[in-house]
Write a protein that binds this ligand. Structure first.
Ligand code: SF4
Ligand code: SF4
Ligand code: SF4
Length: 258
């Protein structure tokens, strides 16, 4: 039994918005760490695993993007009741794969998905949590990176600021001395994607699809030149980026102007 009294542990809650719930399910797979985590926190709300609810939280982890007016009301309410809010996984961090719908007129999407019932389901463009409320920390990836989640959780429990990486996947990939998949004829978004996954895809012979979003100080021109040297076009890059980075592409609208 922990020497720490239950009341001294931080109250932690998990909430799901629009997403596949893969990030939440991932946590339940933390067999080796789960008991240790539960020693450190007071888990007060987590729909996937328990029925309990709480009025206030020290740390709220949010999975999923904001896609309906009721999502907006709910995230406002959670933000009001939590001290720290962490976006969990790329849907919450950037809109993620859900944001692909933002490439089409909303009315067309509603018609395709709901047909004659479209007015029963109010919808909005898929947006990141930070578009509506203050987000204190982010755990990126689709699904979220488990080591990064554990680092953020442990840091917050210890009252420290988590260190969040902000350089390209290529850095981690080079440190692992991987053969670059571009040399094997594959397209790779590693030069512009934010590290923190230990370059897991190229380390296993796969290309990076950019699931952790864009690095903040990306060398866009360098990445474009590098891709061109390997026979890929800017159009191809934009098409690939749209899978996880539609909302960032809107901000980086001049990608296509080269
Ligand atoms: S980030 Fe990926 S794994 Fe997580 S909820 Fe969204 S789609 Fe699912
Ligand atoms: S382009 Fe891809 S495979 Fe090549 S170094 Fe960067 S992350 Fe690794
Ligand atoms: S290598 Fe790229 S696609 Fe793979 S987990 Fe890392 S960021 Fe995501």
């Amino acid at each position: 039994m922990s020497a720490r009294k239950k009341s001294q542990k931080p109250k932690v809650a998990f909430f799901d918005f629009t997403g596949c719930e893969g990030c939440q399910l991932n946590k339940l797979n933390l067999e080796n760490d789960l008991l240790g985590i539960l020693e450190l926190i007071d888990l007060v709300e987590f729909r996937e695993a328990m029925d309990d609810k709480a009025e206030e939280y020290d740390i709220a982890f949010i999975e999923g993007s904001i896609t309906t007016p009721s999502c907006v009301e709910r995230i406002y309410d959670i933000r009001r009741r939590t001290k720290i809010l962490v976006a969990l996984g790329q849907c919450a961090v950037s809109g993620g794969i859900n944001a692909m719908k933002n490439n089409y007129p909303l009315a067309q999407v509603q018609e395709e998905v709901y047909g004659k019932d479209k007015y029963l389901f109010p919808s909005m463009p898929a947006m990141p949590v930070r578009a509506f409320v203050q987000v204190d920390y982010e755990v990126r990836g689709c699904p979220m990176s488990m080591p990064e989640f554990l680092h953020v959780l442990k840091s917050l429990v210890l009252g420290r600021k988590p260190e969040i990486k902000d350089y390209a996947v290529c850095v981690e990939c080079k440190l692992k001395e991987n053969e670059c998949v571009l040399e094997k004829g594959m397209f790779c978004l590693g030069p512009i994607t934010r590290a923190g996954c230990d370059a897991i895809c190229p380390s296993n012979g796969q290309y990076c699809t950019g699931c952790r979003g864009l690095v903040s100080n990306m060398n866009k021109n360098g990445a474009i030149e590098m891709l061109k040297q390997h026979g890929f076009s800017v159009e191809e890059a934009i098409k690939r980026m749209a899978m996880f980075n539609t909302n960032e592409l809107v901000k980086e609208a001049n990608w296509g102007n080269r």
